[in-house]
Write a protein that binds this ligand. Structure first.
Ligand code: GLV
Ligand code: MN
Ligand code: MN
Length: 406
């Protein structure tokens, strides 16, 4: 890849990331105004490159270079356009724009492919606005999505979806749900410290962790902070803290590889002189072992059941579940050969983050390429990857798409 092409990639990354200017980190929650602007911009770049653009009902963009010999055989790459709240500059976006750069490189150096090359910019992966994850790739692969779910402001997914998708109806853009591809390759930052700690340039992904997300709702009784005796309170926050502490200990005892995160909490009425009457908090838990996730889910129910009191009750709602996913061995072996040939130091590793690839892997041969994350930081404004590493990832992707589609 030339310096001009690297400049183009960094310029495109900066253009999208600048849409969140003035905020803490990147905030492209699905169907937000910034998300709409970003997806529009990606589509406009694709149209300018001469790609055929199709948008589906969920706002995922499919950007094709039709194959000259086998247009029905589709070699896809891509990732997601959304971020977590206060997220980083590369999670998802690098896979979309790195994929665009790889396709542009191939068009310049190799001309049109025999098989169709498809760049996908998935609408949503993070599960950061509505209580579901991977809704973009789930919709593409035919999974059912609850359109009635709401965000914390009470906005319905379906209303937000329709309003946003209408704005992607740009001149030259078709509206449809394309057929599934024959392979899918996702380029992504590692989001952890393993590559950087071992000074490796490329990670080739063997498997993706299973994850489950829950919301625990604790109902107590709101009352006066000064007049309610300490032994007569039904303090929902005090109970939430007890539950979190016990569950964290149990997770640790169960398996050292099991992750346990409480990342979101809502306290009502959330004011200094009122005992909290209602608390909700989320649990995100992940493991490479489905049995451990099953066991921990049971533990969550047991611990919550043990702490029911006459005046304080708690309920558990699991709203996301994705299984441990093994990616395609042949595509991984081919990418390993190519990484070796290009002289990149690499390792094969399992991903602790969730990815659209785990949904795509249910319907098509799927592989992932990781590049290092500086200090192993991700889902935070400090998320970063060196320019040379960004370049290496695109080079490997370019070569992989070349082998598959030409
Ligand atoms: C998505 O990035 C996740 O792993 O939460
Ligand atoms: Mn991601
Ligand atoms: Mn993410």
């Amino acid at each position: 890849m030339t310096t001009t092409q690297l400049n183009e990639l960094t310029h495109r990354l900066a253009t999208i990331n600048d849409l969140s200017e003035g905020e803490i980190g990147q905030n492209r929650l699905v169907y937000s105004p910034t998300w709409i602007e970003a997806q529009k911009q990606v589509i406009q770049w694709a149209l300018k490159l001469g790609l055929t653009v199709t948008v589906d009902d969920f706002g995922t963009a499919y950007m094709d270079v039709p194959g000259t010999d086998h247009p029905d055989q589709v070699i896809a790459t891509g990732s997601h356009i959304d971020t977590v709240a206060q997220g980083g500059r590369f999670d998802g976006l690098y896979g979309v724009l790195g994929g665009m750069q790889a396709i542009e490189n191939l068009l310049v150096t190799e001309g049109h492919p025999k098989e169709t090359l498809r760049l996908i910019s998935f609408s949503e992966e993070e599960g950061s606005r509505f209580p579901d994850t991977f809704t973009g790739s789930k919709h593409y692969t035919g999974a059912k999505i609850n359109l009635a779910m709401t965000d914390p402001d009470g906005i319905h997914f379906d209303d937000a979806r329709q309003t946003a998708v209408a704005q992607l109806n740009l001149p030259g853009v078709k509206h449809d749900l394309p057929d599934l591809p024959d392979t899918f390759t996702e380029l992504h930052i590692e989001q952890g410290p393993r590559l950087i700690d071992h000074q490796l340039q490329i990670g080739l992904v063997t498997a993706i962790v299973g994850q489950r997300r829950f919301t625990i709702t604790v109902k107590g009784i709101a009352n006066h902070a000064g007049t309610t005796p300490m032994d007569e309170r039904a303090d929902a926050l005090e109970m939430a803290v007890t539950l979190i502490s016990q569950l964290r200990d149990q997770a640790h005892q169960l398996d050292s590889g099991l992750t346990f995160t409480v990342g979101e909490m809502h306290i009502s009425p959330n004011t200094s002189n009122v005992i909290p009457g209602l608390v909700t908090f989320t649990i995100d838990t992940r493991s490479n072992d489905e049995q451990i996730l099953d066991n921990f889910e049971q533990i969550i129910h047991q611990v919550v059941a043990q702490h029911q009191e006459p005046k304080i009750t708690s309920t558990v709602n699991r709203w996301a579940k994705s299984d441990v996913t093994h990616l395609d061995d042949q595509l991984l072996a081919a990418n390993q050969k190519t990484a070796d040939k290009l002289g990149f130091s690499s390792t094969q590793l399992a991903s602790g983050a969730g990815h659209d690839s785990q949904i795509m892997a249910k319907v098509t041969r799927t592989t992932m390429i990781f590049v290092p994350s500086i200090d192993g930081i991700s889902h935070a404004p400090e998320e970063n990857t060196g320019q040379v590493d960004l370049l290496h990832g695109v080079e490997l992707l370019t070569e992989s798409l070349h082998q598959q589609a030409y």
